[in-house]
Design a protein around this ligand. Structure first.
Ligand SMILES: Nc1nc2c(c(=O)[nH]1)N[C@H]1C(S)=C(S)[C@@H](COP(=O)(O)OP(=O)(O)OC[C@H]3O[C@@H](n4cnc5c(=O)[nH]c(N)nc54)[C@H](O)[C@@H]3O)O[C@H]1N2
Ligand SMILES: Nc1nc2c(c(=O)[nH]1)N[C@H]1C(S)=C(S)[C@@H](COP(=O)(O)OP(=O)(O)OC[C@H]3O[C@@H](n4cnc5c(=O)[nH]c(N)nc54)[C@H](O)[C@@H]3O)O[C@H]1N2
Ligand code: SF4
Ligand SMILES: [Mo]
Length: 725
């Protein structure tokens, strides 16, 4: 058999790197960066090479599993679908629509079948109990876009290739490879900013791998970014440096924002946020005096007590300094599958607070409830209790706050079905697991990521291997599940039949339709309308040019203005002041503040089963500042017990002055020590302990409902010293 090279997009993170994969005799022989990909230009990270490990992983599931008293056993697809359809229908008929819960995890965003067929099925179940990784991720960014720009999906991205100043709040692209900033080779692009005389400034409680390659880094106390941003706005207004420019006629709320910022002089917030007043003033002036600046923030600002406020103020800073929607600033894409204007035309701009969670009253966002409330929605009796759960592409036992409580709650479900490729910490609770094809076994197009990329583009990836007879694609699983969910009532019979007809279209057909209806018709492609056929003829992908100004056309509020001072945000400022400026302080001699950290050789909580990613030293370490270690009599490598209000774990420490004093950092994604999972490599080489055994489901941003992971109070104690007590 001859060797062939296959070109596709890596689907593992948001960077959309182009891959060149050599295949011989039905096996992958090499994976390289595709230098001819116009977007990523050959960039690659170690995870892409491990695609081979994941593809060939003997632990990866290919046939449905049923949980029995003797453990999980393989069953046929028909039998599995019959059981799932019957149990879900029974529970819904007996207890109502809300008795079905859904959790969708992160790989949903990287999977065409799940994004198309999955949403059609899961979002029309009629239940209020929809949960997803959004509420442990980007929710506050989306809420800010909804309230300020009128549409939850209007997410601006830094125009990396033209900016002269990139200010990064709480993101670490050197490791994450960029988020809501799809940029194959993000660090090459950051290097180019500096090479052309521009600057990169990072604000983070840890001197990160990105900060180490930046011009400037400031330590910030976790959870205080909103104060920093208000102080920056204070200086910009007070010094007469506000220049909203072209967008000035389209603004609302500039006066109230200025009045608010007037109360937050740098001197007032300096101590709380850990930056000096002088540094805050200097930073404000640098931002205001650089013509092309992008002020960007990611999970460090969204996953915290003041996530919504921080994301709003981030947008406001860009607007007030004339950097929103300008080349070199924060811009909007025009993707080939352009969901925003079509949704807006249909009246779909996003929703917030239409209803609240049953037990704790947390707000709905975009049709979903915050996942921090999932455990209690399963546990607490009453009407609307979640009795059956469908998970898809998610591992919430490791990824959501207080995972152990959720783990116990899952055992109380009447029925659980997991659509997943592994038997892991979450799916081991399922009664039935339905494993879809994975990665190179299916076609790929990044509907969501092209919409947050630093250049416009489009790329289609063919499946590299045909699926086996015994396998099913995600979309086939969703279509079949839907078919077996018994419709309720006469009207529901009609809509059920209509949806079933739509679900009969494979993802490629749906995508082709969306491309043809998209904005790249005659204008860019010499009269050849962009279609799937056109993309198939361009295996390295199409570059559709740099980002272009999109406002005011793409303002979706009723008055078509940018609201710089949404009333919901203004009302939350009192909480910011009383919490952070009210005098109460963490005592660093006793308590430390815990934050998370991502690692290059893993993705979230599910790539530790790839041998080439986990070889080497134990990476599940608690990083701690030398002073904080000394105060506790801890030497580098000592094993410590880390205790929070919700749990305790044991890990070795790494003494490192990259940490801010008073702050400790633990990686994500470990904790592969639960019984019943089938992750042999992870359990042997990357067991570690789970960060979310310590986090607290009761800690959420009271405004948005997003989980608060920034600065969980913990004590750190030598394990031996504790044993001697
Ligand atoms: N403390 C703390 N917790 C966090 C974060 C944090 O910063 N701090 N970050 C949060 C963030 S940003 C996110 S996005 C969430 C992620 O949270 P989750 O999405 O719940 O977690 P993942 O680890 O991404 O889980 C992915 C699951 O999908 C499965 N999978 C992989 N590929 C496929 C596929 O193609 N099809 C199907 N059906 N399944 C697949 C994997 O086996 C795994 O079970 O975690 C959040 N949790
Ligand atoms: N290799 C790898 N890549 C990934 C992932 C992965 O797990 N591994 N996960 C993917 C996912 S799902 C996502 S959402 C993206 C996330 O992409 P990023 O947001 O770039 O990822 P993080 O590395 O978590 O960066 C968050 C930073 O915020 C800092 N931080 C914590 N608390 C605060 C705070 O209160 N204020 C400030 N200013 N900073 C704070 C942390 O120290 C950290 O450096 O990465 C994606 N890419
Ligand atoms: S950076 Fe992300 S997209 Fe690029 S190769 Fe690595 S995992 Fe894949
Ligand atoms: Mo994420």
């Amino acid at each position: 058999m001859t060797a062939a090279t296959h070109f596709r997009t890596c689907h593992l993170c948001e960077a959309m790197c182009g891959l060149a994969i050599d295949v011989e005799a039905g096996a992958i022989t090499s994976i390289r960066g595709d230098a001819a990909d116009p977007f990523s230009k050959g960039h690659l990270c170690p995870k892409a090479v491990a695609l081979k490990d994941l593809h060939e992983d003997p632990d990866r599931l290919k046939r449905p599993l049923r949980r029995t008293a003797a453990g999980f056993v393989e069953i046929g697809w028909d039998e599995a679908f019959d059981e799932v359809g019957r149990r879900l229908s029974e529970i819904r008929a007996a207890h109502g629509d809300d008795a079905l819960g859904v959790y969708q995890g992160n790989p949903t965003a990287h999977n065409l079948g799940t994004l198309l067929h999955g949403q059609i099925v899961l979002r029309t179940l009629g239940t209020r109990n929809l949960f997803s990784a959004t509420s442990v991720d980007q929710l506050p960014h989306m809420l800010a876009s909804l309230l300020v720009l009128g549409h939850q999906a209007m997410l601006p991205v830094p125009d990396l290739d033209r900016t002269e100043l990139l200010v990064i709040f709480g993101a670490n692209p050197a490791v994450s490879n960029g988020s809501i900033m799809t940029a194959g080779g993000a660090m090459r692009r950051l290097g180019e900013i500096r090479a052309r005389g521009g600057r990169v400034i990072v604000l983070d409680p840890r001197r990160t791998e990105t900060a180490a390659r930046a011009d400037e880094h400031h330590f910030v106390v976790p959870g205080t970014d909103a104060l920093v941003m208000l102080a920056l706005l204070h200086v910009i207004f007070a010094d007469g440096l506000a220049r909203p420019g072209r967008l000035a006629p389209h603004l609302r709320g500039l006066g109230p924002l200025r009045a608010l910022a007037a109360r937050f002089a740098p001197e007032r917030v300096a101590e709380a946020c850990g930056m000096s007043a002088g540094a805050l003033r200097a930073l404000a002036r640098t931002i205001a005096s650089t013509p092309r600046a992008a002020i960007y923030g990611r999970v460090g600002v969204s996953l915290q007590t003041f996530g919504a406020l921080s994301c709003w103020l981030l947008l406001a800073l860009n607007v007030v300094t004339g950097n929103l929607d300008e080349p070199g600033g924060m811009m909007f894409t025009r993707p080939a599958v352009d969901l925003v204007p079509n949704a807006a035309r249909a009246g779909l701009r996003g929703t917030f607070g239409r209803f609240r969670s049953r037990v704790r009253g947390l707000p709905e966002f975009g049709g979903e409830l915050p996942v921090a409330a999932l455990a209690e929605e399963i546990e607490v009796p009453g009407d609307g209790r979640v009795r059956a759960l469908i998970t898809s592409c998610g591992n919430p036992v490791l990824s959501t706050p207080n995972g152990p409580r959720l783990s116990r709650a899952l055992d109380r479900l009447d029925f659980m079905v997991a659509i997943d490729v592994y038997l892991n910490e979450t799916t081991r609770h399922a009664h039935v697991i339905l494993p879809p094809t994975f990665g190179v076994e299916h076609e790929h197009y990044d509907v969501l990521l092209h919409a947050v990329a630093v250049r416009n583009g489009a790329k289609w990836s063919e499946a590299l291997f045909a699926r086996g007879e015994h396998q099913r694609h995600d979309w086939e699983i969703f279509r079949e599940l839907h078919r077996r969910l018994r419709p309720r009532g006469a009207l529901e019979h009609v809509t059920h039949a209509a949806r079933q007809a739509l679900l009969a279209l494979p993802p490629a057909r749906m995508l082709d339709g969306a491309l043809r209806l998209g904005p790249y018709g005659d204008r860019y492609l010499g009269g050849a309308r962009l279609s799937l056929a056109r993309l198939r003829a361009a295996p390295h992908g199409l570059d559709l040019g740099p980002l272009e100004p999109a406002l005011p056309e793409r303002l979706y509020a009723d008055d078509r203005r940018i609201d710089l001072a949404p009333s919901l945000m203004l009302a939350d400022v009192a909480r910011l002041e009383s919490t952070l400026l009210g005098g109460a302080r963490v005592n660093p001699a006793r308590e430390l503040r815990l934050i998370g950290r991502r690692q290059l050789r893993n993705n979230n909580r599910w790539m530790h089963n790839a041998p080439r990613l986990v070889k080497g030293r134990d990476r599940c370490t608690l990083q701690i500042h030398p002073d904080d270690a000394r105060a506790r009599g801890l030497a580098d490598g000592a094993r410590v017990r880390v205790t929070s209000a919700k749990g305790a774990i044991e890990v070795p420490i790494e003494v490192d002055d990259a940490m801010m004093r008073g702050v400790v950092s633990l990686p994500h994604g470990f904790g592969h020590d639960r019984d019943g999972a089938r992750l042999q490599v992870a359990a042997t080489h990357a067991k570690g302990a789970s960060l979310n055994d310590l986090t607290d489901e009761e800690r959420v941003d009271a405004l948005s409902g997003v989980a608060d992971f920034a600065g969980v109070a913990v004590t750190v104690q030598n394990v031996e010293a504790r044993a001697a007590e």
